[in-house]
Design a protein around this ligand. Sequence first.
Ligand code: GA4
Length: 321
Amino acid sequence: MVLSQEEFDVVRSITPTLLFHGIPVIDISNPDSKSCLVKACEDFGFFKVINHGIPTQLISNLESQAIKFFSLPLCEKEKSGPPNPFGYGNKSIGRNGDISWLEYLLLTTGPEFDYEKLASVSAPTPENFRGAVNDYVSAVKKMACRILELLAEGLSIDEKNVFSKLVMDKQSDSVFRLNHYPPSPDKNLIGFGEHTDPQIISVLRSNNTSGLQISLREYGWFSVPPDQDSFFINVGDSLQVMTNGRFKSVKHRVLANSDKSRVSMIYFGGPPLNEKIAPLPSLLMEGEDSSLYKEFTWFEYKKSAYESRLADNRLCLFEKF
Ligand code: GA4
C-alpha cells in the first residue's frame, strides 16, 4: 500500500499511549456475569469475552479466506469495490474524506451481497467465502444476543429480549467488516480513525496483533493487549440511547503495526431500519421526563451518520439538552 505525502500527514498520529490492563474480562458461560457485564458497559462501554464457546475452526476458516482475498493483486480486489454500500475499500472510509492505513471488505449479513463479486478470491467457488462468513456471523450473532439478554437481566428489565430482538429480527440492519492493516512504514500511522460505532453492539476478533485502542474519556488513549482467542465487545450509540446514557458508546481507533499485518473481523448488530430508538421507559425516572435523547428511527440515525466524518459526535444531534 502506498500513501501520498498529504495522506501520510493525515494518518500519522503522535499521541503517546499506555497499555490498558484493566479491561473487564467476562466469562459468559457463567450466568452470574450479568452484574459484571452491566458494570463494564457503564464504566467503559468495552469488555473482553472468554468462554464464548465459538469453535476455533469457524474463526480460522474465515481468517484464511480473508487472508487469501487480501493477498490478491490490487486490481483483482478492486473488482469487488467500491464499498457503497458493500464491497472492497482501500484507505478511504465512508463518504466524507476519511482516510486510514487499511483495506477492507464491508458485507451485509443479509442476502444482498453478491458473492460472485468475490469470485476470484474463493477458489473453487464463491460459496466458500459466503459459507465462512455465514457460519461465523451466525455464531457471533448468537453470542451477541446472549450478551444482550444478560444485560437486560442485569438492568432488571422484564422483557429479557428487549435488546436482542432488534438484532435477531429478520430485517435487522447488521453489517460485517473484514479489515486488513498491512505492516506500516511508520508505527504511528492511523489504521482506523477514532470513532464510535452507531449500532447496538459490535463484536470484534483480531489476529494476535496489537493496534486497537480505546479512549477513556479524560484519561486519553489506551492500547488493548491483543487476544486472538477472545472477543472484544463495544457498546454502540444506539445502546447508549436505549439505556439513556447509562451504557457508554466507547470511542476507539486502530494504530497500524509497523512489522505485523493485522486482520480483524467485526460484526455490527443493528436494528431494523424502521425501528424507533429511544430510552427505555423502565430506565427513566418516574414522573418526570428524564430522557436525554429525542426519539429517532435507525434509518434517520444511519442517514445522518453517513453524512458525518468518522470522528464526529453523531449523537449530539439527537440530544435533548
Ligand atoms: C463505523 C462502524 C462500522 O465500521 C461502519 C462504519 C461506516 C463505514 O465504514 O462506511 C462509517 C462509520 C462506521 C461511522 C460514520 C460513517 C459511516 C464511515 C463513516 C464515516 C460500517 C458503520 O456502520 O459506521
